[in-house]
Design a protein around this ligand. Structure first.
Ligand SMILES: CC[C@@H](C(=O)O)C(=O)SCCNC(=O)CCNC(=O)[C@H](O)C(C)(C)COP(=O)(O)OP(=O)(O)OC[C@H]1O[C@@H](n2cnc3c(N)ncnc32)[C@H](O)[C@@H]1OP(=O)(O)O
Ligand SMILES: [Co+2]
Length: 155
């Protein structure tokens, strides 16, 4: 009997949220993106649970997320030690992270721990790179806008 087809994600359409790039130094790592004409979005942010400092550059609906380690035992420090600077992860936006973690876990997807805090108020969860054909995959849920913050009243 053929395997059951994978059901579409119930949490709605997914966007490419960002690409994570590992660099030992944010200023040096930013140089090519500034030369391309991209602008940093907001101030740099430290995400302590991940041991990184982040500078984000917007490209349409997607961000380039430059990541520099803040401690030697962080995932990004280990990556730089092993592979040097470069593409670190691909992040997909989901509407309901807990629902996606539950749905994919049933399929055997190897999550690297429970959802945790990401940059800019997001919640994130990671899937081991062996599952993504050698690519570390991140799922991102953005915070819901506050009621009434979506536009002028009556629009
Ligand atoms: C800014 C915050 C947040 C956001 O808001 O977006 C972030 O993006 S934080 C980003 C940093 N955080 C993380 O990456 C957390 C999840 N990562 C991990 O848990 C680990 O990095 C890892 C993926 C489990 C790898 O850890 P490692 O100790 O290297 O594990 P292994 O020894 O099991 O490695 C196995 C294998 O995987 C290769 N590897 C490691 N990292 C990557 C990667 N980023 N992309 C592709 N492959 C990766 C590693 O080289 C090993 O391969 P071999 O060398 O062939 O054995
Ligand atoms: Co990320």
């Amino acid at each position: 009997m053929p395997p059951a087809p994978v059901q579409p994600a119930p949490a709605g359409p997914q966007l490419l949220d960002h690409l994570g790039i590992a660099t030992p130094d944010l200023d040096a790592g930013a140089a090519p993106y500034l030369a391309l004409g991209l602008r940093a979005e907001g101030p740099d942010e430290e995400v302590a649970p991940q041991g990184v400092r982040v500078r984000a550059f917007r490209v349409g609906e997607t961000l380039i997320e430059l990541l520099a380690p803040t401690r030697p035992d962080s995932a990004v420090a280990a990556f730089l030690e092993r592979r040097g600077p470069g593409m670190h992860h691909v992040a997909y936006r989901v509407a309901d992270l807990d629902a996606e973690v539950a749905r994919l876990s049933v399929l055997g997807a190897p999550f690297l721990g429970p959802p945790s805090a990401g940059r800019a108020g997001t919640r994130v969860a990671f899937l081991h790179p062996r599952w993504g054909q050698g690519t570390l995959i991140e799922l991102v849920e953005h915070p819901q806008p506050a009621p009434g913050a979506e536009g002028p009243a009556g629009s």
